[in-house]
Design a protein around this ligand. Structure first.
Ligand code: EPU
Length: 447
């Protein structure tokens, strides 16, 4: 697919699209298959770049991967796991942060693991200090080398007590994937409890793990000697569903998101309703629409689950440019997730960014030099522009802005969007968007 998209905006999105399994669960469940002594099967798998990256990485480690993208089924057989070549891992992993989660399973299977420089979206520093400390606590030896990080476990991995400084999703997954086969009991406090993590726990339980979750964010894992394969259907992608919902609202449209589920989206649905959006939860999905009239400004803080997801923030901010009054958004998960608003300002939005915490939540970025609060004043009509996609969610948000704007926008670098949005071009067309792909030639003036 070319990286340049032409978007003729001003047409409400209308129709039906389907979301499949959550990107941020599917990739982890695929890694979990490494821990089994038999083959596993995952269903409802979306056809996105992150799935391809993890499939390739598993393949490099000797896992046989059979993927039927149409059916959304992926079969993973880890019986011949072996060490991969450093250069190969580096070549395949460049765009993803998932390799760090291979550590625990590979230490159990092979006694060592190698982690290249990690990719992922540029929305903050995204360090891996929690991950490395966790692995050390289990007894692993972490050796930083020129090409990346080599990790070994000469004495095996032993259960331990871990307290996370922040309920990190990745660090919680790291602990789970390492503890299930470590010797003895592991207790993780201040853990993340996102629905995607609960689904990963469900997978591990199917494999034979013993894991309990307390109401106070403490997870206890009793290590077992062996794990079997699993068969599992992935939970729906609530980030993608929320993104299409925001697109419906910003374009004054009406979109039925087949496959979207209510329990994981409760916080989003509350916020969507407060802004003035309408929704209808049905047996097979959720319909989101703009009911006419004015949208209302809101005060919003992103947070770990069950709070408002940081990944919903960027698409919703585009809709907030169309709400009457001043909206305040305090981003407390990532220190640098408002970079995408530069382009929105260039399209006519009135958005000011602040270093201060504009909200009541205790935030790690208080009194530090991070632009992590936004004030959005609306409604402001959006004008077409030439835009460069900065990251996955920011990129989709730019697409929404181009769809809502009057005139023809050119959005460059849309390949990034394939990392997390399945067949988004087909979906846009199904919703009546006037979009066309062109070769990315010549210089596009950036806003
Ligand atoms: N953090 C550290 N040290 C660490 C790990 C995390 O300081 O070792 C900090 C991060 O810098 C960040 C915060 O902790 O400020 C939360 O990061 P977390 O570990 O929870 O995020 P992640 O596991 O790297 C996953 C998703 C993100 C999503 C976050 C929060 C995947 C592959 N990625 O990232 O998804 O925003 O959880 O829910 O699961 C996306 O899909 O676009 C995306 C960025």
């Amino acid at each position: 697919m070319s990286g340049l998209l032409t978007v003729e905006g001003g047409t409400p999105l209308q129709g039906e699209i389907t979301v499949r399994g959550a990107k941020n669960f599917v990739s982890k469940a695929m890694v979990a298959s490494l821990l089994g002594e038999e083959a596993s099967e995952l269903r409802n798998v979306p056809q996105i770049r992150d799935v391809e990256v993890v499939a390739n990485l598993l393949g490099l480690h000797g896992v046989s991967v059979e993927h039927d993208p149409q059916a959304g089924v992926i079969a993973l057989d880890p019986r011949n796991v072996e060490a991969a070549h450093v250069a190969d891992i580096d070549a395949y992993a460049g765009s993803s942060r998932i390799p760090i989660l291979f550590c625990g399973p590979l230490l159990h299977r092979l006694g060592e693991a190698f982690i290249p420089d990690l990719g992922g979206c540029r929305i903050g520093d995204r360090p891996i200090d929690y991950h490395l400390n966790i692995l050390r606590q289990f007894g692993a030896v972490v050796d930083k080398r020129v090409q990346g990080i080599h990790i070994s476990a000469p004495g095996g991995l032993r259960g331990t007590q871990i307290h996370l400084p922040y309920p990190s999703v990745g660090a919680t997954e790291q602990t789970l994937l390492t503890a299930v086969r470590a010797q003895g009991l592991t207790e993780l406090s201040n853990a993340a409890i996102e629905p995607e993590i609960m689904d990963l726990i469900a997978v591990l339980q199917k494999m034979g793990a013993i894991i309990s979750v307390d109401t106070d964010r403490t997870i206890r894992i009793e290590g077992v000697d062996r794990l079997q394969g699993f068969r599992h259907t992935a939970l729906a992608d609530r980030i993608e569903a929320g993104s299409w919902a925001s697109a419906a609202l910003a374009t004054r449209g009406d979109v039925f998101v087949k496959g979207a589920t209510q329990p994981e989206m409760m916080t989003f649905l509350n916020t969507f309703r407060k802004v003035g959006g309408a929704f209808d939860v049905r047996a097979d999905g959720i319909r989101f629409w703009h009911p006419g009239g004015e949208l209302r400004s809101i005060v919003l803080e992103t947070d770990v689950h069950p709070g408002f997801m940081t990944d919903w923030q960027q698409p919703l901010v585009v809709a907030l440019t169309q709400a009457t009054g001043l909206s305040i958004v305090h981003e407390t998960v990532y220190e640098n997730r408002f970079g995408f608003t530069d382009a929105l300002r260039g399209m006519g939005a009135t958005i000011q960014i602040y270093r201060e915490c504009l909200g009541g939540l205790e935030c790690r970025f208080d009194q530090r030099n991070f632009n992590h609060s936004a004030v959005i004043s609306g409604p402001t009509p959006l004008r077409a522009a030439d835009i460069e996609v900065p990251d996955l969610r920011g990129g989709f948000s730019h697409l929404i802005a181009a769809l809502a704007a009057e005139g023809v926008s050119r959005v460059r670098g849309i390949d990034i969007i394939n990392r997390g949005y399945e067949n988004f071009m087909d979906k846009l067309e199904a919703l009546g968007a006037k979009v066309s792909l062109a070769e990315a030639q010549g210089q596009v003036a950036l806003v």
